[in-house]
Design a protein around this ligand. Structure first.
Ligand SMILES: Nc1ncnc2c1ncn2[C@@H]1O[C@H](COP(=O)(O)OP(=O)(O)OP(=O)(O)O)[C@@H](O)[C@H]1O
Length: 534
């Protein structure tokens, strides 16, 4: 991601080193090994395969794109990037997906169409932005959507007339002896947002909403967040605020129920973004997501789907429903970020004998102890390591977190019933890139008079990946896969919580006696080779 343009060839998988004198037997063995390599993953494969040759290339004109200033965005949108959204960062460059998607969404360049023979329906543009985890997809769709919002606002006759009437009334109200109305007419956008971003969880509503709000400080538009974390009363009053509303970030269930009682809410949507489209169009979410999509479709000018993976099911759905969708796929799609390494702990052997809880606690203790030995620029302080543990079943999150706490580890389960305050505190410390520190004196050894050891320099979240999909855990370097994920999609999302935006990361997978070692071996090999998982 340090590179300044998409070099497909260089990004293609590394070849294993060639044997200099290869015998027939070597060749046969290699053939067998290759067959084996693809076999286990293929049996479980749920990812659509995207040949490297078909991934989106940047045009020569875009390869020199060194800064956001070179993009055809409105000046206020451009300045908001460094002044608000990526504040404090130096030498900001668009990431590969931003370089590919922003010009395409602005109408300057397009990716690969699914079918060359079909044209977009009735002027509507449809895009899929598919890029690896932590690669800046949020800005890739938000910047063009906000840009379009402001352009449309400047040309909207109703809004222009409203502004004129507003200013006239304001001036009149300042006159002495004014007796006319003191209330203003509601803004034409009241309960009629133009941009809607759908995300699967309340945490993501907060996260994407925070990016939208930081943009709105400089660009001036009205944005609101709707999720289970916001009270129904607040949601109702912001949607129907007489000041109007431009952009909504919501979970589909909440928005669908609002649209059930007022179908006009979806009547003016020009940009519908379905973020985490692999989740929002899977079996469980799909009915509610598509119900919103169907209702909003008549007014939509751009439909934007965004995802870190393209599961086969999503691939079929898009091919059937949106055959002319422009698919923008980065060279590294479906690969685990390059700077993440994967280690394996055999939890079936001594001393664990399939006690994965113990293996997990041990792994966390060794991360903590290691950090205590190596880190800490301030003499009496050590850095707190933030670690994510992933399990396959939601019920397991609580059990594992409680066990870790019993072993002196600061752990919390992330699921629907976790106390809201505790959950948001913990998530906040995982999403902030700022270093967290603890005093060296809070040493790992038990203080005099206390029997139990505690590990002061780690914080742990135990979750299923559904609970943390898309969460921008910039501070996470370590991910523990307590269970071997069921699919490569889950591998990508879980390991993708570390190593975001070019940071280093380490995954540790705990393999028990009934787990698929062959899958783990294949994932490791693909990661080593820099290849996409299948
Ligand atoms: N051009 C950029 N330069 C540096 N940092 C950036 C840039 N664009 C975005 N970021 C930062 O990168 C982080 C990851 O971005 P984002 O959450 O959009 O990733 P994502 O691709 O949506 O990941 P996921 O697939 O896991 O949802 C964020 O903290 C964001 O502020």
């Amino acid at each position: 991601m340090n590179q300044t343009f998409a070099r497909i060839r260089e990004d293609a998988p590394r070849q294993p080193p060639r044997a200099v004198h290869r015998t027939d037997r070597d060749q046969r063995d290699k053939g067998k090994k290759d067959d084996r390599r693809i076999k286990a993953m293929r049996m479980q494969s749920s990812l659509a395969s995207i040949p490297y040759g078909q991934r989106t290339r940047t045009k020569a004109s875009m390869t020199e794109l060194e800064s956001f200033d070179q993009l055809d965005l409105q000046p206020t949108v451009k300045s908001a990037i460094s002044a608000e959204v990526l504040k404090g960062m130096v030498d900001i460059k668009p990431t590969p997906i931003q370089r590919l998607a922003i010009p395409a969404l602005l109408g300057q360049e397009s990716g690969r169409r699914r079918s060359r023979t079909e044209t977009p329906r009735s002027g509507r543009q449809e895009f899929l932005l598919a890029a690896e985890t932590g690669s800046g997809k949020t800005l890739a769709y938000l910047l063009p959507a906000v840009n379009a919002l402001k352009q449309a606002e400047a040309n909207d006759a109703e809004i222009i007339a409203y502004r004129e009437a507003f200013e006239k009334q304001m001036a009149a109200m300042k006159e002495p002896g004014y007796h006319g109305p003191r209330e203003f007419e509601p803004h034409p956008t009241m309960a009629r947002p133009r941009v809607i971003v759908l995300v699967p969880t309340a945490e993501l509503v907060d996260q994407v909403g925070a990016v939208a709000k930081s943009l709105s400080h400089a660009v001036k538009f009205k944005t609101s967040l709707f999720s289970a974390n916001v009270s129904a009363k607040v949601i109702q009053s912001t949607m129907y605020s007489p000041r109007g509303i431009d952009l909504v970030v919501a979970t589909p269930h909440l928005l669908a129920s609002m649209a059930d009682s007022d179908p006009n809410i979806l009547s003016r949507v020009s940009h519908l973004v379905i973020d985490e489209a692999d989740s929002l169009l899977d079996r469980s979410f799909s009915p509610v997501t598509t119900s919103i999509l169907d209702r909003a479709l008549p007014s939509i000018q751009q439909l934007i789907l965004c995802s870190a993976t393209i599961p086969k099911r999503l691939d079929y759905y898009l091919a059937k429903e949106f055959p002319s969708m422009t698919r923008i796929t980065t060279p590294n799609l479906h690969a685990i970020p390059r700077r993440v390494q994967l280690g394996v702990v055999d939890a079936s052997k001594d001393p664990y004998r399939n006690n994965k809880n113990l293996a997990c606690a041990d792994a966390i203790w060794s991360i903590g102890k290691d950090a205590a030995r190596h880190e800490g620029s301030v003499p009496d302080e050590i850095e707190i390591k933030r670690i994510m543990v992933f399990v396959n079943e939601r019920e397991k999150t609580q059990e594992v977190a409680e066990y870790l706490v019993s072993k002196g580890i600061d752990a919390v389960a992330l699921h629907r019933d976790t106390e809201e305050q505790r959950q948001s505190e913990m998530l906040e410390s995982f999403t902030s890139a700022k270093p967290l520190t603890a005093k060296v004196s809070d040493s790992a050894e038990p203080p005099a008079g206390r029997s139990r050891r505690s590990l002061p320099n780690t914080k742990v979240i135990v979750a299923t990946d559904l609970a943390s999909r898309g969460i921008d855990t910039l501070a996470v370097r370590h991910v523990i896969l307590y269970d071997v994920p069921h699919t490569t999609i889950d591998f990508i999302h879980r390991l993708g919580r570390a190593g975001r935006m070019n940071r280093r990361g380490r995954g540790i997978v705990l393999v028990g006696k009934d787990d698929r070692r062959d899958i783990v071996a294949e994932v490791r090999e693909s990661m080593y080779m820099g290849q996409a998982l299948i």
